[in-house]
Design a protein around this ligand. Structure first.
Ligand SMILES: Nc1ncnc2c1ncn2[C@@H]1O[C@H](COP(=O)(O)OP(=O)(O)OP(=O)(O)O)[C@@H](O)[C@H]1O
Length: 884
């Protein structure tokens, strides 16, 4: 039992041991599984952690990249906006910060050519911003291109007093209390004017026109409640127009304190201290820039005003000159620079040829017309030799602007291209006419040559006829309108000639350059559309009016020393603005002239100088049997002569009270006759007159007025064989006529003051029968009426007077002696006379009485004064009857 129990115990024990063993084994297995599971868990956790960590870094990197990108874009944008700050159209007020963006952006608002800026807020805050805005606008725009109008009734302009220096260049205008309506009316008028221009040019805004026809106009309105009543309904309506229609015309309103009409063109800005907001910058808070100091404003405005008045830096005359002289050929055209372009330094050339053929230059006094002509001529003459270019230069104003081209006492040089210079000719319109006639003759000569060679233009003629010289001719007439003022024969003929030259000169290489100071010159032409149309080259100096096309106001706004050059009849798209160098400086000019003069061909003649103030000197002789009376006003400076033939009526009357000139004319006539002898007549190819005029003239000098006694006796003393009679001996003279030279001799009677003859002396037989017998009267009557008395009284025939020279006698008084009903158009003037020879002239001509050189009046000439030809022995006949 015990063993069974023991066995049983043993068995139980063994079972228990086995079970324990199994349990231990199972536990160990479970434990190792748990450990493995834990390991896996850890690995998973680690992997998860690693994964989470990796993703975070990646996200951080991506976030940083996006942020960097955003900041870079914001910076780029800020830079771009900053680059636009100097743009004319926008103004920077300050900076804006976008939420979450560390970069500050410039706060730019549109203004010029876009709209208006209207501020709300405390007046002092707003005014600081307004000063800032105005200074920025003035700084960005070219000097002179922005004009301010300031309405500040409360502080009478004091708010913007720092801008007053702009007044020096008329760039600011202050409008006082009560002036608002007027100022708005003026703006509306300006809008209307500019709109008309814009429409005419086919554009939609003034900014499309180049150059701008008017500066930008910024109108600053600083109103408040107290001034609101100035804005009457009418003024309010005008303000509405300005707000709606101003921006395309460059008219912009900036200000505060008035009820500005709402319009898409108005940018509103609300200001609070140094902060502001505006829909124009997405209502983001703007930090306003610091307002400029008063000194800063004044300094900037002074600089703007001075730059606006002094204009751009000058171009130089030497830049117009070529490297080597006289290398250009004018067959096709004459082309030369007149200045540099406004923006850069490139030369701007203008040409004269088939198109454009002629030029009009205009500008008010002092605007630089003459300087422009100097610059142009200098550039032309340096390029083209005198064989290529010939110049005729007339200046109708008081002054001697072209005199520098002719030799003078100070400078013997001349411009070799110049054929003729006219100065001080403002009273001698006839000289302009003479030039046109001369050019007309040249035109016909060229046309005839062209016809011979079957050439249609100068280039062809030159090619066909290379042996001849066919330079292009440029005729410059300054103040040409003087020539066309007056309803008389001079104007009529001048216009006809101008029309012909303008029309046909183109193909013959004759070019007209007409300059005028004021509109009247142009108006003189304006009625003649055909004539004006030929002048397709237009040069308008600053403020020139009506030189360009009617709608082209470019000359209004260009600065000093510039010009609008337009080769298309002045239409706006052809405008070229040129900076013209100073070509007036004598030293610079002289250097060029000397250089060109030293290259002239040997034998080159100086130009003919017609100086209206100079008194011409009596030439040695006027030709056989011809009395020289004065110098004709023509290109050749020919003497006006009165031939003493044996035809009836070959007497000459000098008419008028001006003793000095009457004496000069009679002396010139007598002295010129005294030096012509038989040999000279024969040398001149004149056949001896069958009536026997070959003998020397007998001179009788009759002086009936004591005032001219010295001159008359001096003349008589200078005449070979001269016989002298005064009031006491004039009866002897009449008696001596019976014993005067026979039919083979000529007797010249010089009568001073015939009208003072004593009673009983009858001149009629002498005047009417004398010339056939070789007795010619060259007499001075102080009135036409007294001459008529000597011819038989009023109504008597006047054909015994074949020629007359009128001094201070008015045209209608000359009607009895003139073929023209009512007499010639003649307004007497100093040192000028009107001469008419019935046998040759259709109309009288103006002459300049000569000055008699003292050596011609000293003694009877024993030899010709300068040519030394022939000596005439004293006529023995002078001993009888003559009183010395
Ligand atoms: N481009 C220029 N640069 C420098 N000075 C100039 C220039 N143009 C003109 N001037 C000067 O301005 C002054 C007036 O010029 P200019 O005599 O040419 O004018 P104008 O229009 O011919 O005047 P007016 O009709 O009264 O004769 C002169 O002293 C001249 O030297």
């Amino acid at each position: 039992m015990a063993s069974a129990r023991s066995r049983l115990v043993a068995e139980v024990r063994a079972s228990l041991a086995a079970a324990r063993g199994q349990a231990r084994t199972a536990s160990a297995v479970a434990e190792s599984r748990r450990a493995a599971a834990l390991d896996r868990l850890r690995a998973v956790r680690d992997a998860h952690l690693a994964c989470v960590n990796g993703l975070g870094a990646q996200r951080e990197r991506a976030r940083r990249a996006i942020e960097a990108d955003f900041v870079a874009s914001a910076r780029r944008l800020a830079d771009e906006l900053a680059a636009h700050e100097p743009d004319l159209g926008v103004v920077r007020l300050g900076t804006v910060a976008a939420p979450g963006c560390p970069v500050l952006m410039p706060a730019l608002v549109p203004l010029l050519d876009h709209g208006h800026l209207w501020f709300t807020g405390a007046a002092s805050d707003v005014d600081s911003v307004v000063r800032l805005v105005l200074l920025r606008v003035l700084g960005a725009a070219p000097p002179g291109s922005v004009r301010l109008t300031v309405y500040d009734p409360e502080r009478l302009g004091g708010t913007l007093s720092g801008f007053a220096p702009l007044g020096a260049a008329s760039l600011v205008r202050f409008v006082g209390p009560g002036g608002l309506a007027g100022a708005l009316d003026a703006l509306v008028d300006e809008i209307q004017r500019l709109n008309a221009l814009v429409l005419a040019a086919g554009h939609t805004s003034v900014s499309a026109l180049a150059p701008r026809p008017a500066p930008w106009s910024v109108v600053v309105l600083l109103g408040d409640a107290a001034t609101a009543d100035e804005l009457t309904p009418a003024a309010s309506a005008q303000l509405d127009r300005v707000v709606r229609l101003g921006p395309p015309c460059g008219i912009h309103v900036v200000g505060r304190g008035l009820p500005l009409p709402s319009s898409p063109t108005v940018v509103r800005v609300s200001v609070d201290g140094r902060r502001a907001v505006s829909a124009a910058v997405a209502e983001l808070p703007i930090t306003l820039d610091a307002p400029p100091s008063a000194d800063e404003i004044a300094a900037r405005c002074r600089a703007v005003a001075s730059a606006a008045t002094s204009g751009p830096p000058a171009a130089t005359f030497s830049s117009l000159l070529p490297g080597s002289y006289w290398t250009c050929v004018a067959a096709e055209e004459l082309s030369a620079p007149v200045g540099t372009s406004l923006g850069g330094s490139s030369l701007v050339s203008i040409g004269l040829g088939d198109d454009p053929p002629h030029a009009l230059i205009g500008g008010p006094s002092g605007s630089g017309k003459t300087n422009m002509v100097y610059a142009w001529l200098g550039a032309l003459c340096a390029r083209y030799s005198p064989d290529e270019l010939a110049l005729y230069l007339l200046d109708f104003k008081e002054g001697v602007s072209f005199a520098r081209f002719a030799p003078s006492v100070r400078d013997e040089s001349w411009l070799p291209h110049v054929r003729l210079v006219g100065v001080n000719i403002n009273n001698d319109r006839e000289f302009g006419l003479a030039l046109l006639r001369h050019l007309g003759d040249e035109l016909r000569r060229r046309a005839a040559a062209a016809k011979r060679f079957d050439a249609t233009k100068l280039a062809e003629l030159r090619a066909e006829d290379p042996g001849s010289s066919w330079p292009r001719i440029v005729a410059v007439i300054d103040e040409f309108q003087v020539l066309l003022t007056g309803r008389d024969a001079v104007t009529t003929e001048a216009v006809t000639l101008l029309e012909d030259l303008a029309r046909r000169g183109r193909s013959q290489g004759i070019h007209l350059v007409l300059a005028s100071q004021d509109v009247s010159g142009i108006e003189a032409l304006w009625g003649r559309a055909g004539l004006v149309a030929q002048f397709t080259l237009r040069v308008a100096l600053p403020k020139a009016r009506r030189i360009l096309a009617e709608t082209n106001l470019a000359a209004e706004t260009i600065p000093r020393f510039t010009a609008v050059v337009n080769a298309d009849s002045g239409v706006p798209p052809a405008n070229q603005v040129v900076r013209v160098p100073d070509a007036s400086d004598r030293t610079t000019w002289r250097a060029l002239q000397h250089a060109l003069w030293s290259r002239r061909q040997s034998g080159s003649q100086p130009p003919r100088l017609f100086d209206g103030d100079a008194v011409p000197s009596l030439p040695p002789s006027g030709g056989p049997g011809a009395a020289v009376l004065g110098e004709t006003i023509d290109v050749g400076a020919r003497p006006a002569v009165f031939p003493l033939t044996r035809a009836p009526g070959r007497n000459l009357a000098v008419l008028g009270t001006r003793a000095t000139e009457a004496t000069a004319i009679l002396s010139a006539a007598a002295l010129s006759l005294s030096v012509v002898d038989r040999q000279e007549r024969q040398a001149a190819g004149e056949q001896p007159d069958p009536a026997g005029e070959a003998g020397p003239p007998l001179f009788s000098v009759v002086c009936l007025d004591d005032g001219v006694l010295p001159a008359a006796t001096a003349l008589c003393a200078a005449l070979p064989g001269g016989r002298f009679f005064d009031r006491s001996t004039v009866a002897d003279f009449v008696a001596s006529l019976d014993s005067s030279p026979g039919p083979s001799s000529q007797h010249v009677v010089i009568g001073f003051a015939w009208d003072a003859r004593p009673p009983g002396i009858d001149l009629k037989p002498l005047l009417s029968r004398g010339p056939e017998q070789g007795i010619h009267v060259l007499g001075w009557w102080r009135t036409v009426a007294r001459l008529r008395d000597d011819l038989g009284g009023p109504g008597s025939r006047t054909d015994a007077i074949g020629g007359w020279v009128a001094l201070d006698v008015h045209g209608p008084d000359l009607s009895p002696l003139s073929p023209q009903p009512g007499g010639p158009t003649w307004y007497p003037r100093e040192r000028r006379a009107l001469f008419f020879d019935r046998s040759t002239d259709r109309a009288p001509q103006v002459i300049v009485p000569y000055e008699i050189p003292p050596d011609r009046l000293t003694a009877p000439p024993t030899a010709l004064p300068s040519q030394n030809r022939g000596v005439r022995p004293t006529d023995a006949a002078n001993a009888d009857g003559g009183t010395r």
